[in-house]
Design a protein around this ligand. Structure first.
Ligand code: C2E
Ligand code: CA
Ligand code: CA
Ligand code: CA
Length: 287
């Protein structure tokens, strides 16, 4: 799985501008190699930053959780989107170190927020390689101790494909994390190929409906049925459900009608630097 470098280049330039090269493929291959080399320097040079996107109660607009989303400030390319460099980090094995940095940084930030009186949980995205061994459990435990956090204030987001890679191992690891009290959620729900019988065996707390189903929720009858079905299934299984990619008020109204618990999307807020979250939280939380 390669990052689409042409798309990434356009994104880094901040728009839809298309760029053409005579030796298109050569150019792309070179860019990918350059980007990958630069990635090795990114952690030591402190080029990563976390932004946070609120997950908000459908019923009363309270911010209950923020999802940590990594940003890479490349010295000459500007900000590179995670869709562009996470696949490269996974290919090159750097993802373990980057993932550890994300977990540590998000927990440290959460400690600061909680000390300032913000009643938040933080959600962290995981890559498959991070879950390969039980050492991850120890890492999470130590991180929570280091920042004196309660496990239920940390949420881990996993995709179906991560879980289905080593099903038995995933079940063991997730059971340990669940016993610790960490909040576990399935990301991009509906896009993977996990079977419902496995889902039932996993100690999950939340399903996150993929934004591809939310996008045309109000115009496409099939998408509406999918959203309504996922929500009612989650409700019946006593799982909470979060809708991703909510951009318009009509979508939110439908989701509320279907019984969705939380939503996330540009309608409420884009991912923001930590300091902006503090301000937003105070604005939306009655004292
Ligand atoms: P994701 O986990 O599904 O994250 C949600 C993505 O949707 C984010 O993109 C977010 O900015 C975007 N988004 C949020 N609201 C809306 C909306 O209303 N409309 C639209 N069109 N998009 C919205 P982002 O930040 O570019 O991240 C892309 C992906 O990169 C993430 O998808 C996740 O899979 C991965 N990623 C980000 N941070 C990390 C990380 O720290 N570790 C790992 N392993 N993966 C990460
Ligand atoms: Ca996610
Ligand atoms: Ca649990
Ligand atoms: Ca997602």
């Amino acid at each position: 799985k390669h990052a689409d470098t042409a798309m990434c280049r356009a994104k880094a330039n901040g728009g839809n501008r298309c760029q053409f090269y005579n030796h298109h493929l050569d150019r792309e291959a070179v860019e990918r190699i350059e980007l990958r080399n630069a990635l090795y320097q990114a952690l030591p040079n402190q080029e990563f930053e976390l932004h946070y996107q609120p997950q908000v109660s459908v019923h009363d607009a309270r911010i209950t959780c923020v999802e940590a989303l990594i940003r890479w400030h490349h010295p000459d390319k500007g900000t590179v989107a995670p869709d562009c460099f996470i696949p490269l980090a996974e290919e090159s094995g750097l993802i373990k170190e980057i993932g550890s940095w994300v977990l540590d940084t998000a927990c440290q930030q959460l400690k600061t927020w909680r000390q300032a009186g913000l009643d938040l949980r933080v959600a962290v995205n995981l890559s498959a390689a991070q879950l390969d061994d039980m050492a991850f459990y120890q890492q999470v435990k130590e991180c929570l101790e280091r920042y004196e956090l309660q496990p239920r204030h940390l949420e881990l987001e996993l995709t179906e494909s991560i879980l289905m890679r080593h099903v038995d191992h995933s079940i063991r690891l997730l059971n340990k994390l669940d016993q610790l009290g960490v909040h576990l959620s399935i990301d991009d729900f509906g896009t993977g190929y996990s079977s419902l019988s496995y889902l039932k065996r996993l100690p999950l707390d939340t399903l996150k409906i993929d934004r591809s189903f939310v996008r045309d929720l109000c115009t496409d009858q099939d998408d509406a049925v999918i959203c309504r079905t996922i929500i009612s299934m989650a409700n019946n299984l006593k799982l909470s459900v979060t809708a991703e990619g909510v951009e318009r008020a009509e979508q939110l109204h439908k989701l509320a009608e279907f019984g969705c618990d939380l939503y996330q999307g540009y309608l409420f807020s884009r991912p923001l630097p930590a300091s902006d979250i503090t301000r937003l939280y105070r604005e939306y939380t009655p004292p």
